[in-house]
Design a protein. Structure first.
Length: 213
């Protein structure tokens, strides 16, 4: 059983922010803060713990700017073999490596819900809880994203958001699926490799909401 979300002291969050400001590029830092604020807002809308999502947003791209060699070396140090699927799509490494680094650098924030959301925020997974889904969406629709599909998704998400809280979980599933579809189509259009984990995540969600696997 997952323990209840903890209270997160503000001084810990400020320490994380100071670390990010000193280590991330300006672009990545702005994106990270945008995701943290968006994730917190989504937490309020969907009845999740907002500050835990804010912290997850701060930490989701902790290793995003590492080189592929650094990502693979870090995994090797932790006894994790390089999955051929991730090796073919190295941009996905950072979710996994960040989720492993958080307990080492910020043990106060190593809650299972936070680590799961950080790990799954880019490719998704066959099993995704509410926090996984909210961070996944926040990463795509945060206000700083000016890529046309992201702008379109952000407008669509808030335009169609149900007024009744009980209608929102099913709506969230549909929006996660829409983002997965858009991301996969964009990779296809660019002639890039589609990670199997992304396809499996998309198909699992499609089946769960009553589509055709």
């Amino acid at each position: 059983m997952i323990s209840p979300a903890p209270e997160i002291p503000e001084e810990i969050l400020q320490r994380v922010i100071a670390r990010l400001r000193g280590t991330l590029s300006d672009y990545r830092y702005r994106h990270t803060m945008g995701v943290a604020e968006e994730a917190e807002h989504l937490g309020e809308l969907f009845g999740a713990y907002p500050r835990l999502l804010y912290a997850a947003g701060l930490l989701h791209d902790l290793t995003k700017e590492w080189t592929t060699a650094q990502q693979e070396s870090f995994l090797a140090e932790h006894g994790i073999p390089c999955d051929p699927d991730l090796k073919a799509a190295p941009a996905l490494y950072h979710g996994l490596t960040a989720s492993l680094l958080v307990p080492e650098q910020f043990p106060e924030l190593s809650h299972p819900l936070l680590l799961s959301a950080v790990c799954k925020h880019t490719a998704g997974d066959v099993e995704m809880n509410l926090y996984d889904k909210l961070l996944f969406v926040a990463d795509y629709i945060e206000p700083g994203r000016d890529f046309t599909p992201c702008v379109r998704a952000r407008k669509r998400f808030y335009r169609n958001l149900p007024q009744k809280p009980e209608d929102r979980p099913a709506y969230l599933d549909r929006e996660v699926l829409a983002i997965m579809n858009e991301s996969i189509c964009n990779l296809i259009a660019k002639g890039k490799y589609i990670a199997c984990i992304s396809v499996r995540a998309r198909n699992a969600l499609l089946a769960a909401i009553g589509g055709t696997p």
